[in-house]
Design a protein around this ligand. Structure first.
Ligand SMILES: [Fe+2]
Ligand SMILES: [Fe+2]
Length: 335
């Protein structure tokens, strides 16, 4: 039994909504009260609906798990994600659950895909994204966020996966297995960057040396090799990772890689904070359509525009939201 309130331990928080009534998390759950972490339930004890309602009535919205039990927690989150989303009372709550779960799994997986089990946890997330977002596009705007700060790479991966599954689901003829692989390929597309020192990763490009640029430019091949070493053999995933920045002259970029490449560039443009404010969605699409020298197929861009345009709910700080006054001002001053 873990000690109550172990002061120096590291804890990770999980939203209360992640806990399904009567399920067993496998990880000890703590609550944070009076400045201390207090054991609430051991990992093999279920929490019933009444107990969850009680937590809600006391405004306890987060529970905590010891960082060393992160794996158990993530397995639980992926396993129960569908029922948690199903129990969401509205699409804002459902999209928040999807977003938080995607981030929770990516946070420990990116840069740490050493075995096929690590990879399969991401496939679980991709399957949920494919099932839920692709069939309910109004969730997309609640799932994607501007990629800023320390977790830029993680947010970017989650955003690119969300855009990719929604776009891919509009393309006729792709099977559900292919959609799942596109989603997971998008989640890990930049895995070759995840072990790069953040100082180099977030350094303005003009301050990088040629050697640093060369090293960063090799991340697609490095990422694919890392995955192969972990036992990943899904050809769609490996193709996406290896070719998301393009193929050699004379070679044809596959459709899955085109989808992820388009989502990747759109997210980079709309989240770009290195040179100031990000582009709005319309400016980004315009740029991609008119200045990319045919890099993107007009048909695919048209589908992407229709994807974004079909969203019925728009969350204020989503990259696909209309520009807020604050962002309009920021864009104007950065121009
Ligand atoms: Fe990349
Ligand atoms: Fe990327």
């Amino acid at each position: 039994m873990p000690e109550e309130g172990a002061e120096h331990a590291e804890y990770i928080s999980i939203p209360r909504e992640f806990i399904s009534p009567d399920s067993v998390t496998g990880a000890h759950l703590y609550v944070h009260v009076g400045g201390r972490y207090v054991l609430y339930r051991s990992g093999h004890e279920p929490i019933d609906a009444e107990a969850l309602a009680k937590l809600k009535s006391r405004s306890i919205n987060s529970l905590y798990v010891l960082a060393e039990q992160r794996n158990q927690l993530e397995e639980y989150v992926v396993k129960h994600l569908r029922s948690v989303i199903a129990s969401a009372t509205d699409s804002a709550q459902a999209s928040r659950v999807i977003r938080d779960a995607t981030r929770a799994v990516l946070r420990s997986t990116l840069g740490n895909i050493d075995t096929i089990d690590d990879f399969e946890r991401l496939r679980g997330v991709s399957d949920v994204l494919t099932d839920k977002i692709a069939n309910s596009q109004s969730l997309l705007s609640g799932v994607v966020r501007f990629a800023e700060g320390d977790e830029r790479l993680l947010t970017h991966a989650a955003n690119v996966a969300a855009y990719s599954v929604v776009l891919a689901s509009r393309i006729p003829g792709l099977s559900s297995d292919e959609l799942s692989s596109i989603g997971v390929g998008a989640l890990v597309h930049d895995t070759g960057l995840s072990t790069v020192d953040p100082e180099l990763l977030y350094k303005p490009d003009e301050e990088r040396t040629d050697l640093e640029r060369y090293f960063l430019g090799r991340h697609p091949g490095r990422g694919a090799a890392q995955l192969e070493q972990a036992g990943v053999d899904d050809p769609i995933v490996l193709d996406i990772v290896r070719h998301h920045h393009g193929v050699a002259d004379g070679e044809q970029l596959s459709l899955p890689a085109q989808v992820v490449q388009l989502a990747d560039v759109f997210d980079s443009l709309t989240s770009q904070s290195r040179q100031g404010a990000p582009n709005g969605p319309f400016a980004a699409l315009y740029d991609m359509r008119h200045r990319a020298n045919g890099r993107f197929s007009p048909e695919l861009i048209r589908e992407f525009v229709l994807t974004l345009g079909s969203m019925t709910e728009v969350v204020a700080d989503s990259p696909v939201a209309p520009l807020s006054r604050r962002r309009v001002r920021a864009n104007a001053s950065a121009a």
